[in-house]
Design a protein around this ligand. Structure first.
Ligand code: NDP
Length: 459
Protein backbone atom coordinates (compact mmCIF):
# COMPACT_ATOMS: atom_id res chain seq x y z
CA UNK A 1 0.00 0.00 0.00
CA UNK A 2 1.49 3.36 -1.06
CA UNK A 3 1.87 5.99 1.63
CA UNK A 4 0.56 9.28 0.40
CA UNK A 5 2.07 11.80 2.75
CA UNK A 6 3.82 15.10 3.20
CA UNK A 7 7.22 14.41 4.75
CA UNK A 8 9.29 17.55 5.28
CA UNK A 9 12.70 16.92 3.64
CA UNK A 10 14.36 19.53 5.86
CA UNK A 11 13.47 17.58 9.00
CA UNK A 12 12.52 14.08 7.85
CA UNK A 13 9.24 14.44 9.81
CA UNK A 14 5.93 13.20 8.44
CA UNK A 15 3.60 16.21 8.60
CA UNK A 16 0.38 14.89 7.10
CA UNK A 17 -0.91 11.61 5.68
CA UNK A 18 -3.74 11.02 3.24
CA UNK A 19 -5.92 8.02 2.38
CA UNK A 20 -5.62 6.82 -1.19
CA UNK A 21 -8.85 6.78 -3.20
CA UNK A 22 -10.67 3.45 -3.47
CA UNK A 23 -11.24 1.93 -6.91
CA UNK A 24 -14.89 3.02 -6.70
CA UNK A 25 -13.91 6.61 -5.95
CA UNK A 26 -11.46 6.58 -8.87
CA UNK A 27 -14.20 5.24 -11.17
CA UNK A 28 -16.55 8.00 -10.10
CA UNK A 29 -13.94 10.60 -10.94
CA UNK A 30 -13.19 9.07 -14.33
CA UNK A 31 -16.95 9.02 -15.06
CA UNK A 32 -17.20 12.66 -14.02
CA UNK A 33 -14.28 13.54 -16.30
CA UNK A 34 -15.97 11.85 -19.27
CA UNK A 35 -19.33 13.53 -18.53
CA UNK A 36 -17.71 16.91 -18.12
CA UNK A 37 -15.76 16.52 -21.35
CA UNK A 38 -18.98 16.07 -23.33
CA UNK A 39 -20.04 19.62 -22.51
CA UNK A 40 -16.70 21.24 -21.71
CA UNK A 41 -15.34 20.68 -25.22
CA UNK A 42 -18.12 22.91 -26.57
CA UNK A 43 -17.41 25.83 -24.22
CA UNK A 44 -16.28 29.00 -25.95
CA UNK A 45 -12.56 29.72 -26.01
CA UNK A 46 -13.20 33.18 -24.53
CA UNK A 47 -14.86 31.48 -21.55
CA UNK A 48 -11.95 29.07 -21.05
CA UNK A 49 -9.53 32.00 -21.30
CA UNK A 50 -11.46 33.87 -18.62
CA UNK A 51 -11.20 30.88 -16.27
CA UNK A 52 -7.52 30.39 -17.12
CA UNK A 53 -6.74 34.03 -16.36
CA UNK A 54 -8.63 33.65 -13.06
CA UNK A 55 -6.35 30.67 -12.23
CA UNK A 56 -3.35 32.90 -13.02
CA UNK A 57 -4.67 35.58 -10.67
CA UNK A 58 -5.00 33.04 -7.84
CA UNK A 59 -1.46 31.76 -8.44
CA UNK A 60 -0.05 35.29 -8.33
CA UNK A 61 -2.13 36.33 -5.35
CA UNK A 62 -1.31 33.23 -3.29
CA UNK A 63 2.29 32.72 -4.46
CA UNK A 64 3.67 33.07 -0.93
CA UNK A 65 1.41 30.43 0.68
CA UNK A 66 1.75 28.13 -2.31
CA UNK A 67 5.52 28.51 -2.07
CA UNK A 68 5.54 27.48 1.59
CA UNK A 69 3.50 24.38 0.72
CA UNK A 70 5.92 23.35 -2.03
CA UNK A 71 8.94 23.90 0.24
CA UNK A 72 7.39 21.83 3.01
CA UNK A 73 6.52 18.97 0.66
CA UNK A 74 9.67 18.65 -1.43
CA UNK A 75 12.35 20.95 -0.03
CA UNK A 76 12.98 23.51 -2.77
CA UNK A 77 13.88 26.94 -1.44
CA UNK A 78 11.01 29.23 -0.60
CA UNK A 79 12.23 31.82 -3.09
CA UNK A 80 12.33 29.20 -5.87
CA UNK A 81 8.88 27.92 -4.88
CA UNK A 82 7.32 31.40 -5.03
CA UNK A 83 8.97 31.94 -8.41
CA UNK A 84 7.50 28.63 -9.61
CA UNK A 85 3.98 29.76 -8.69
CA UNK A 86 4.47 33.03 -10.58
CA UNK A 87 5.89 31.23 -13.61
CA UNK A 88 2.78 29.05 -13.62
CA UNK A 89 0.61 32.18 -13.59
CA UNK A 90 2.50 33.45 -16.64
CA UNK A 91 1.97 30.17 -18.47
CA UNK A 92 -1.78 30.26 -17.75
CA UNK A 93 -1.94 33.81 -19.15
CA UNK A 94 0.12 32.81 -22.17
CA UNK A 95 -2.28 30.02 -23.13
CA UNK A 96 -5.33 32.15 -22.37
CA UNK A 97 -3.96 34.71 -24.82
CA UNK A 98 -2.66 32.38 -27.55
CA UNK A 99 -4.92 29.32 -27.61
CA UNK A 100 -7.20 30.83 -30.27
CA UNK A 101 -4.22 31.31 -32.59
CA UNK A 102 -2.86 27.78 -31.90
CA UNK A 103 -6.27 26.16 -32.39
CA UNK A 104 -7.26 28.15 -35.49
CA UNK A 105 -8.00 26.12 -38.61
CA UNK A 106 -4.87 25.69 -40.72
CA UNK A 107 -5.03 25.74 -44.47
CA UNK A 108 -1.81 24.06 -45.51
CA UNK A 109 -2.87 23.14 -49.03
CA UNK A 110 -4.16 25.07 -51.99
CA UNK A 111 -7.68 23.52 -51.96
CA UNK A 112 -7.67 23.32 -55.75
CA UNK A 113 -4.64 21.02 -55.72
CA UNK A 114 -6.51 18.42 -53.69
CA UNK A 115 -9.69 18.78 -55.76
CA UNK A 116 -11.60 20.61 -53.03
CA UNK A 117 -13.36 23.94 -52.74
CA UNK A 118 -11.86 24.13 -49.26
CA UNK A 119 -9.41 21.99 -47.23
CA UNK A 120 -8.04 22.62 -43.79
CA UNK A 121 -6.99 21.12 -40.45
CA UNK A 122 -9.32 21.53 -37.47
CA UNK A 123 -7.88 20.88 -33.98
CA UNK A 124 -10.31 18.99 -31.77
CA UNK A 125 -9.71 17.85 -28.17
CA UNK A 126 -9.21 14.15 -27.39
CA UNK A 127 -11.01 13.78 -24.05
CA UNK A 128 -9.86 12.97 -20.51
CA UNK A 129 -6.05 12.92 -20.38
CA UNK A 130 -4.20 11.19 -17.54
CA UNK A 131 -1.20 13.19 -16.28
CA UNK A 132 1.35 11.23 -14.24
CA UNK A 133 3.56 13.86 -12.70
CA UNK A 134 6.71 14.16 -10.56
CA UNK A 135 7.51 16.05 -7.39
CA UNK A 136 10.47 18.15 -8.51
CA UNK A 137 8.47 21.06 -9.98
CA UNK A 138 5.19 19.95 -8.47
CA UNK A 139 3.24 22.92 -9.77
CA UNK A 140 4.99 23.76 -13.02
CA UNK A 141 5.08 20.22 -14.43
CA UNK A 142 1.32 20.00 -13.99
CA UNK A 143 0.49 23.49 -15.25
CA UNK A 144 2.51 23.05 -18.40
CA UNK A 145 0.20 20.17 -19.27
CA UNK A 146 -3.00 21.55 -17.76
CA UNK A 147 -2.97 25.09 -19.18
CA UNK A 148 -2.69 24.10 -22.86
CA UNK A 149 -4.77 20.96 -22.27
CA UNK A 150 -7.73 22.78 -20.77
CA UNK A 151 -7.55 25.57 -23.33
CA UNK A 152 -7.69 22.93 -26.09
CA UNK A 153 -10.90 21.54 -24.58
CA UNK A 154 -9.48 18.43 -22.93
CA UNK A 155 -10.13 17.56 -19.30
CA UNK A 156 -7.40 16.41 -16.91
CA UNK A 157 -6.93 13.60 -14.40
CA UNK A 158 -3.84 14.13 -12.29
CA UNK A 159 -1.91 11.31 -10.66
CA UNK A 160 0.75 13.25 -8.84
CA UNK A 161 3.80 11.92 -6.96
CA UNK A 162 2.87 10.33 -3.65
CA UNK A 163 5.07 12.80 -1.73
CA UNK A 164 3.24 15.97 -2.85
CA UNK A 165 -0.44 15.31 -1.97
CA UNK A 166 -1.15 18.83 -0.72
CA UNK A 167 0.08 20.34 -3.97
CA UNK A 168 -1.97 17.76 -5.88
CA UNK A 169 -5.15 18.71 -4.03
CA UNK A 170 -4.35 22.42 -4.35
CA UNK A 171 -4.22 22.06 -8.14
CA UNK A 172 -7.71 20.54 -8.32
CA UNK A 173 -8.97 23.30 -6.07
CA UNK A 174 -7.19 25.97 -8.12
CA UNK A 175 -9.07 25.18 -11.33
CA UNK A 176 -12.39 24.78 -9.51
CA UNK A 177 -11.98 28.15 -7.79
CA UNK A 178 -11.01 29.73 -11.11
CA UNK A 179 -14.43 28.75 -12.44
CA UNK A 180 -13.74 25.63 -14.53
CA UNK A 181 -16.51 22.99 -14.29
CA UNK A 182 -16.15 20.50 -11.41
CA UNK A 183 -14.86 17.61 -13.55
CA UNK A 184 -12.52 19.59 -15.81
CA UNK A 185 -9.47 18.94 -13.66
CA UNK A 186 -9.43 16.29 -10.93
CA UNK A 187 -6.74 14.86 -8.72
CA UNK A 188 -6.58 11.12 -8.12
CA UNK A 189 -4.77 10.40 -4.87
CA UNK A 190 -3.51 6.95 -5.85
CA UNK A 191 -0.24 5.05 -5.79
CA UNK A 192 1.57 4.15 -9.00
CA UNK A 193 0.26 0.56 -8.95
CA UNK A 194 -3.22 1.97 -9.71
CA UNK A 195 -2.14 3.84 -12.83
CA UNK A 196 -2.65 0.89 -15.16
CA UNK A 197 -6.32 0.53 -14.22
CA UNK A 198 -6.99 4.20 -15.02
CA UNK A 199 -4.97 4.13 -18.22
CA UNK A 200 -6.83 1.09 -19.53
CA UNK A 201 -10.21 2.68 -18.85
CA UNK A 202 -11.73 3.36 -22.28
CA UNK A 203 -12.94 6.77 -21.13
CA UNK A 204 -9.32 7.91 -20.69
CA UNK A 205 -7.98 8.88 -24.12
CA UNK A 206 -4.29 9.75 -23.66
CA UNK A 207 -1.52 10.14 -21.11
CA UNK A 208 1.39 12.40 -20.38
CA UNK A 209 4.17 11.46 -17.98
CA UNK A 210 7.11 13.33 -16.56
CA UNK A 211 9.43 11.30 -14.37
CA UNK A 212 11.90 8.45 -14.42
CA UNK A 213 12.61 6.09 -17.27
CA UNK A 214 11.04 3.00 -15.63
CA UNK A 215 7.82 4.91 -14.96
CA UNK A 216 7.78 6.22 -18.53
CA UNK A 217 8.45 2.83 -20.01
CA UNK A 218 5.62 1.27 -18.02
CA UNK A 219 3.04 3.93 -18.90
CA UNK A 220 4.07 3.97 -22.57
CA UNK A 221 3.85 0.17 -22.78
CA UNK A 222 0.32 0.11 -21.38
CA UNK A 223 -0.76 3.07 -23.50
CA UNK A 224 0.77 1.37 -26.53
CA UNK A 225 -1.21 -1.77 -25.79
CA UNK A 226 -4.34 0.36 -25.61
CA UNK A 227 -3.34 2.41 -28.69
CA UNK A 228 -3.50 5.67 -26.77
CA UNK A 229 -1.13 8.56 -27.47
CA UNK A 230 1.47 9.57 -24.91
CA UNK A 231 3.97 12.32 -24.34
CA UNK A 232 6.96 11.32 -22.21
CA UNK A 233 9.35 13.71 -20.53
CA UNK A 234 11.93 11.56 -18.77
CA UNK A 235 15.31 12.23 -17.28
CA UNK A 236 18.29 14.07 -18.64
CA UNK A 237 22.03 14.30 -18.14
CA UNK A 238 22.54 17.51 -20.03
CA UNK A 239 25.99 18.47 -21.30
CA UNK A 240 27.41 21.96 -20.75
CA UNK A 241 30.27 22.58 -23.18
CA UNK A 242 32.68 25.47 -22.68
CA UNK A 243 35.00 26.60 -25.47
CA UNK A 244 37.93 29.03 -25.09
CA UNK A 245 36.18 31.89 -26.93
CA UNK A 246 33.38 31.97 -24.31
CA UNK A 247 32.98 34.37 -21.42
CA UNK A 248 34.45 31.81 -18.98
CA UNK A 249 33.41 33.65 -15.86
CA UNK A 250 29.77 33.88 -16.96
CA UNK A 251 29.90 30.24 -18.07
CA UNK A 252 31.20 29.07 -14.68
CA UNK A 253 28.61 31.09 -12.76
CA UNK A 254 25.77 29.85 -14.98
CA UNK A 255 27.08 26.28 -14.77
CA UNK A 256 26.82 26.31 -10.96
CA UNK A 257 23.35 27.90 -11.09
CA UNK A 258 22.18 25.27 -13.54
CA UNK A 259 23.62 22.34 -11.58
CA UNK A 260 22.19 23.54 -8.27
CA UNK A 261 18.79 24.56 -9.63
CA UNK A 262 16.03 23.04 -7.52
CA UNK A 263 18.60 21.57 -5.13
CA UNK A 264 20.10 19.72 -8.08
CA UNK A 265 16.87 17.91 -8.96
CA UNK A 266 15.91 19.20 -12.37
CA UNK A 267 15.73 17.16 -15.55
CA UNK A 268 17.25 20.09 -17.50
CA UNK A 269 20.03 20.95 -15.05
CA UNK A 270 23.38 20.73 -16.73
CA UNK A 271 25.03 17.66 -15.18
CA UNK A 272 28.12 17.00 -17.28
CA UNK A 273 30.55 19.88 -17.77
CA UNK A 274 32.83 19.54 -20.77
CA UNK A 275 35.59 22.12 -21.06
CA UNK A 276 38.01 22.48 -23.94
CA UNK A 277 41.63 22.09 -22.87
CA UNK A 278 42.25 25.74 -23.88
CA UNK A 279 40.05 27.01 -21.02
CA UNK A 280 39.62 23.94 -18.78
CA UNK A 281 41.89 25.13 -15.93
CA UNK A 282 40.19 28.51 -15.68
CA UNK A 283 36.70 27.06 -15.99
CA UNK A 284 37.39 24.39 -13.38
CA UNK A 285 38.74 26.93 -10.88
CA UNK A 286 35.81 29.34 -11.32
CA UNK A 287 33.20 26.60 -11.42
CA UNK A 288 34.44 24.93 -8.23
CA UNK A 289 34.52 28.37 -6.60
CA UNK A 290 30.90 29.02 -7.64
CA UNK A 291 29.77 25.59 -6.43
CA UNK A 292 31.49 26.14 -3.06
CA UNK A 293 29.82 29.55 -2.74
CA UNK A 294 26.29 28.07 -2.86
CA UNK A 295 24.72 28.32 0.57
CA UNK A 296 23.21 25.05 1.75
CA UNK A 297 20.62 25.27 4.50
CA UNK A 298 17.05 25.80 5.63
CA UNK A 299 14.96 26.11 2.45
CA UNK A 300 12.66 28.58 4.20
CA UNK A 301 15.59 30.98 4.70
CA UNK A 302 15.88 33.67 2.03
CA UNK A 303 19.66 33.46 1.88
CA UNK A 304 19.69 29.70 1.11
CA UNK A 305 20.62 28.59 -2.40
CA UNK A 306 20.43 24.81 -1.94
CA UNK A 307 17.94 23.07 0.33
CA UNK A 308 17.61 19.35 1.08
CA UNK A 309 16.96 16.63 -1.47
CA UNK A 310 13.32 15.59 -1.64
CA UNK A 311 13.68 12.13 -0.13
CA UNK A 312 15.99 9.92 1.85
CA UNK A 313 16.09 7.47 -1.06
CA UNK A 314 17.01 10.29 -3.43
CA UNK A 315 19.99 11.27 -1.29
CA UNK A 316 21.11 7.66 -0.94
CA UNK A 317 21.00 7.31 -4.77
CA UNK A 318 23.26 10.36 -5.16
CA UNK A 319 25.69 9.08 -2.52
CA UNK A 320 25.89 5.69 -4.22
CA UNK A 321 26.75 7.28 -7.58
CA UNK A 322 29.51 9.42 -6.05
CA UNK A 323 30.89 6.46 -4.07
CA UNK A 324 30.93 4.32 -7.21
CA UNK A 325 32.90 6.98 -9.13
CA UNK A 326 35.39 7.58 -6.29
CA UNK A 327 35.85 3.82 -5.83
CA UNK A 328 36.84 3.58 -9.51
CA UNK A 329 39.33 6.45 -9.37
CA UNK A 330 37.41 9.75 -9.75
CA UNK A 331 38.44 12.80 -7.71
CA UNK A 332 36.08 14.94 -5.64
CA UNK A 333 37.06 18.62 -6.04
CA UNK A 334 34.46 19.95 -3.60
CA UNK A 335 31.55 18.62 -1.53
CA UNK A 336 31.00 14.87 -1.58
CA UNK A 337 30.07 14.37 2.08
CA UNK A 338 26.62 14.66 3.61
CA UNK A 339 26.44 17.04 6.57
CA UNK A 340 25.49 15.82 10.05
CA UNK A 341 22.03 16.53 11.39
CA UNK A 342 18.43 16.03 10.34
CA UNK A 343 17.10 16.50 6.82
CA UNK A 344 18.27 15.08 3.51
CA UNK A 345 20.94 17.66 2.68
CA UNK A 346 23.77 17.05 0.22
CA UNK A 347 26.38 19.68 -0.68
CA UNK A 348 27.21 21.00 -4.17
CA UNK A 349 29.85 18.58 -5.42
CA UNK A 350 32.24 18.51 -8.37
CA UNK A 351 33.79 15.24 -9.52
CA UNK A 352 36.60 15.05 -12.09
CA UNK A 353 38.14 12.08 -13.84
CA UNK A 354 34.77 10.44 -14.60
CA UNK A 355 35.23 7.53 -17.02
CA UNK A 356 32.80 5.25 -18.91
CA UNK A 357 33.16 2.41 -16.37
CA UNK A 358 31.53 4.63 -13.73
CA UNK A 359 27.75 4.74 -13.31
CA UNK A 360 27.82 8.53 -13.16
CA UNK A 361 29.06 8.65 -16.75
CA UNK A 362 25.79 7.14 -17.99
CA UNK A 363 23.16 7.74 -15.31
CA UNK A 364 21.30 10.86 -14.27
CA UNK A 365 22.52 12.23 -10.93
CA UNK A 366 19.44 13.76 -9.27
CA UNK A 367 21.27 15.99 -6.80
CA UNK A 368 23.81 18.87 -6.93
CA UNK A 369 26.70 16.78 -8.30
CA UNK A 370 28.64 17.81 -11.41
CA UNK A 371 31.01 15.68 -13.44
CA UNK A 372 33.83 17.48 -15.18
CA UNK A 373 35.48 16.47 -18.46
CA UNK A 374 38.38 17.85 -20.50
CA UNK A 375 38.34 17.61 -24.30
CA UNK A 376 40.33 18.83 -27.31
CA UNK A 377 38.17 20.68 -29.84
CA UNK A 378 34.54 20.65 -30.93
CA UNK A 379 34.46 17.10 -32.30
CA UNK A 380 35.58 15.55 -29.02
CA UNK A 381 33.26 17.87 -27.06
CA UNK A 382 30.30 16.70 -29.15
CA UNK A 383 31.36 13.08 -28.81
CA UNK A 384 31.46 13.28 -24.99
CA UNK A 385 28.27 15.37 -24.88
CA UNK A 386 26.40 12.73 -26.92
CA UNK A 387 27.85 9.75 -25.06
CA UNK A 388 24.82 9.12 -22.84
CA UNK A 389 21.45 7.59 -23.58
CA UNK A 390 19.74 10.86 -22.67
CA UNK A 391 18.93 13.73 -25.00
CA UNK A 392 16.85 16.33 -23.20
CA UNK A 393 18.61 19.70 -23.07
CA UNK A 394 22.14 20.81 -23.92
CA UNK A 395 24.25 23.91 -23.42
CA UNK A 396 27.25 25.21 -25.34
CA UNK A 397 29.31 28.29 -24.58
CA UNK A 398 31.20 29.84 -27.49
CA UNK A 399 31.48 33.15 -29.31
CA UNK A 400 32.62 31.49 -32.50
CA UNK A 401 29.87 31.32 -35.15
CA UNK A 402 31.20 28.20 -36.84
CA UNK A 403 31.45 26.36 -33.51
CA UNK A 404 27.96 27.48 -32.55
CA UNK A 405 26.54 26.11 -35.80
CA UNK A 406 28.21 22.74 -35.17
CA UNK A 407 26.75 22.49 -31.65
CA UNK A 408 23.29 23.39 -32.94
CA UNK A 409 23.50 20.69 -35.60
CA UNK A 410 25.39 17.96 -33.78
CA UNK A 411 24.24 17.88 -30.14
CA UNK A 412 21.68 15.06 -29.79
CA UNK A 413 19.10 16.86 -27.68
CA UNK A 414 15.61 18.31 -27.80
CA UNK A 415 17.02 21.76 -27.13
CA UNK A 416 20.33 23.56 -27.49
CA UNK A 417 21.02 26.68 -25.45
CA UNK A 418 24.00 28.75 -26.61
CA UNK A 419 25.67 30.94 -23.96
CA UNK A 420 22.90 30.26 -21.47
CA UNK A 421 21.27 27.45 -19.48
CA UNK A 422 18.40 25.25 -20.60
CA UNK A 423 15.13 26.65 -19.31
CA UNK A 424 11.49 25.98 -20.17
CA UNK A 425 9.41 28.83 -21.59
CA UNK A 426 5.71 28.70 -22.54
CA UNK A 427 6.72 30.20 -25.89
CA UNK A 428 9.15 27.40 -26.87
CA UNK A 429 8.66 23.65 -27.38
CA UNK A 430 10.06 21.47 -24.60
CA UNK A 431 11.00 17.80 -24.78
CA UNK A 432 13.73 15.34 -25.57
CA UNK A 433 15.08 12.68 -27.88
CA UNK A 434 16.62 9.27 -27.16
CA UNK A 435 15.80 7.94 -23.66
CA UNK A 436 14.70 11.38 -22.49
CA UNK A 437 11.33 10.71 -24.07
CA UNK A 438 9.28 11.91 -27.02
CA UNK A 439 6.66 14.44 -27.94
CA UNK A 440 6.73 18.10 -27.01
CA UNK A 441 5.20 20.18 -24.28
CA UNK A 442 4.64 23.95 -24.30
CA UNK A 443 4.19 26.34 -27.26
CA UNK A 444 1.71 25.45 -30.01
CA UNK A 445 3.31 21.98 -30.27
CA UNK A 446 2.43 21.18 -26.66
CA UNK A 447 -1.15 22.28 -27.08
CA UNK A 448 -1.62 20.30 -30.29
CA UNK A 449 0.01 17.16 -28.80
CA UNK A 450 -3.34 16.26 -27.26
CA UNK A 451 -5.53 17.32 -30.18
CA UNK A 452 -6.99 15.38 -33.04
CA UNK A 453 -5.60 17.21 -36.08
CA UNK A 454 -8.69 16.53 -38.16
CA UNK A 455 -8.33 16.91 -41.91
CA UNK A 456 -11.39 18.51 -43.49
CA UNK A 457 -11.98 18.29 -47.25
CA UNK A 458 -14.93 20.05 -48.81
CA UNK A 459 -15.90 19.18 -52.39
P1 NDP B 1 9.14 8.38 -10.61
O1 NDP B 1 9.30 8.34 -12.07
O2 NDP B 1 9.11 7.10 -9.88
O3 NDP B 1 7.81 9.20 -10.25
C1 NDP B 1 7.19 10.10 -11.14
C2 NDP B 1 5.69 9.81 -11.22
O4 NDP B 1 5.48 8.53 -11.82
C3 NDP B 1 5.04 9.72 -9.84
O5 NDP B 1 3.73 10.22 -9.94
C4 NDP B 1 5.03 8.23 -9.56
O6 NDP B 1 4.05 7.85 -8.63
C5 NDP B 1 4.73 7.69 -10.94
N1 NDP B 1 5.19 6.33 -11.19
C6 NDP B 1 6.28 5.71 -10.72
N2 NDP B 1 6.39 4.47 -11.22
C7 NDP B 1 5.31 4.28 -12.00
C8 NDP B 1 4.84 3.19 -12.78
N3 NDP B 1 5.52 2.05 -12.86
N4 NDP B 1 3.69 3.32 -13.45
C9 NDP B 1 3.02 4.48 -13.38
N5 NDP B 1 3.38 5.54 -12.68
C10 NDP B 1 4.54 5.47 -12.00
O7 NDP B 1 10.25 9.31 -10.01
P2 NDP B 1 10.88 9.24 -8.54
O8 NDP B 1 10.20 10.25 -7.75
O9 NDP B 1 10.92 7.88 -7.98
O10 NDP B 1 12.37 9.65 -8.89
C11 NDP B 1 13.29 8.67 -9.36
C12 NDP B 1 14.20 9.25 -10.41
O11 NDP B 1 13.44 9.65 -11.55
C13 NDP B 1 14.94 10.50 -10.03
O12 NDP B 1 16.06 10.23 -9.27
C14 NDP B 1 15.24 11.10 -11.37
O13 NDP B 1 16.35 10.50 -11.94
C15 NDP B 1 14.01 10.76 -12.18
N6 NDP B 1 13.04 11.86 -12.22
C16 NDP B 1 13.05 12.69 -13.28
C17 NDP B 1 12.19 13.76 -13.31
C18 NDP B 1 12.18 14.67 -14.45
O14 NDP B 1 11.82 15.82 -14.29
N7 NDP B 1 12.51 14.21 -15.63
C19 NDP B 1 11.28 14.06 -12.23
C20 NDP B 1 11.31 13.10 -11.16
C21 NDP B 1 12.17 12.06 -11.17
P3 NDP B 1 4.45 7.53 -7.09
O15 NDP B 1 5.03 8.78 -6.54
O16 NDP B 1 3.16 7.16 -6.48
O17 NDP B 1 5.43 6.40 -7.16
Amino acid sequence: MTTIATTNPATGEIEKTFDALTDEEVDRRVARAADTFASYRETRLEQRAEWMNAAADILDREAEQIGAMLTTEMGKTLKAAGAEARKCAQACRFYAAHAAEFLADRRPADPGRVGASDAYVRYRPLGPVLAVMPWNFPLWQVIRFAAPGLMAGNVGLLKHSSNVPQTALFLEDLFRRAGFPEGAFQTLLIGSSKVERVLRDPRVKAATLTGSEPAGRSVAAIAGDEVKPTVLELGGSDPFVVMPSADIEAAARTAAESRCLNNGQSCISAKRFIADIGCADEFERLFVESMRAQRVGDPMDDSTDVGPLASERGRADVEELVADAVGKGATVLCGGERPDGPGWFYPPTVVSGVTPDMRMYHEEVFGPVASLFRVRGVSEAVEVANATGFGLGSNAWTRDDAERERFVRELDAGQVFINGKTTSYPELPFGGVKRSGYGRELSADGLRAFCNAKTVWVG
